[in-house]
Design a binder for this molecule. Structure first.
Ligand code: 3PG
Length: 306
């Protein structure tokens, strides 16, 4: 009987685990659960005899993939797969997939929620500002970016986007204005919502030059990955511009340096963009179904290591 390991340092909601179990057991497979582990050795032991692995932001390193003697597929239940060593998986013939769009609404809601929180002075009773009438730039127009655009329009914001991988027509049909360059996006928008993946090209790409182009009151919203923002630039811009704000779903390494800038800096204590029951259920079920589809029928839809 094939064994499917769900290894989540940050566990799914119980309802999601129950739903994943049902998909796996209905297919005649066995669920193995490793939650809240703090020692990587526990993951190495658990993966040793399973056929498939479901993770969230858990690190599926070369060591983990090689420890999975029977491992055939790893599914990242979520969007970003920078936590999976694709080269190691490919070398071992292991298929890697993500579950695009399944948790995107939760992340989009958090992005806008954090914008309101910051615009209202962290709900500390001081006079704030409104989102209505402000320009927001969606930096990468994937599922989350599109979700933020939809919510922002509801707030009466002017929505702009830049994404070289999505056609102008696809973006414009959502009532979003397309700009010609990333520089134009930053110089046009009071708010920038980041939705780029973390890879060799994007890491540290949000730098001082780009941030300094933002208009007065410029606010960077990061529900993507902390690594895409250059932290030296972040510290520099906070000192150079008294109006600049940064909101992040997960603290940057320079968190302690930014704490002095109350009302201009906020980070969630633990990454929680996708921490909703709905997102857990959607992404968890999708991951389980994709594994069943691959193990039973060889369905490779959503494979990312081609
Ligand atoms: C994603 O890439 O899907 C999000 O960042 C959510 O990550 P998480 O599952 O670790 O919360």
């Amino acid at each position: 009987m094939s064994k499917i390991l769900v290894a989540t340092e940050k566990p799914f909601a119980k309802a999601a685990v129950d739903a994943i179990r049902k998909v796996i057991e209905d297919a005649g497979f066995q669920l193995v659960l490793l939650e809240k582990y703090t020692d990587n050795n526990d993951l190495l032991k658990a993966v040793a005899d399973v056929d498939a692995l479901i993770v969230r932001s858990d690190k599926a390193t070369k060591e983990v993939i090689e420890a999975g003697k029977n491992l055939k597929i790893v599914v990242r239940a979520g969007a970003g797969y920078d936590n999976v060593d694709l080269a190691a998986a490919t070398a071992k013939g292991v298929v890697v997939m993500n579950t695009p769009g399944q948790n995107s609404n939760a992340v989009a809601e958090l992005a806008v929620g954090m914008m309101v929180f910051m615009a209202r002075g962290n709900y500390k009773g001081i006079s704030g500002t409104e989102l209505k009438g402000k320009n927001i730039g969606i930096h990468a127009y994937g599922y989350v970016g599109k979700g933020v655009a939809t919510i922002a329009k509801g707030f009466g914001m002017n929505v702009f986007a830049f994404d070289p991988f999505v056609t102008k027509e696809q973006i414009e049909k959502d009532g979003v204005k397309v700009v010609g360059s990333v520089e134009e996006l930053y110089s046009t928008c009071h708010y920038i919502s980041l939705h780029i993946p973390a890879n060799d090209k994007t890491k540290n790409s949000i730098n001082f030059d780009l941030l300094s182009k933002m208009p007065k009151g410029g606010t960077l919203v990061n529900t993507a990955r902390k690594e895409v923002v250059c932290e030296d630039s972040l510290k520099r811009i906070f000192t150079a511009r008294e109006d600049f704000k940064y909101i992040s779903d997960i603290a940057p390494a320079c968190h302690a340096d930014l704490l002095a800038f109350e009302h201009r800096y906020y980070s969630t204590p633990k990454k929680q963009g996708a921490e909703t029951s709905e997102a857990n259920i959607n992404a968890g079920i999708a991951a389980a179904k994709q594994i069943v589809g691959y193990l039973k029928d060889g369905d490779k839809t959503f494979q990312v290591n081609k």
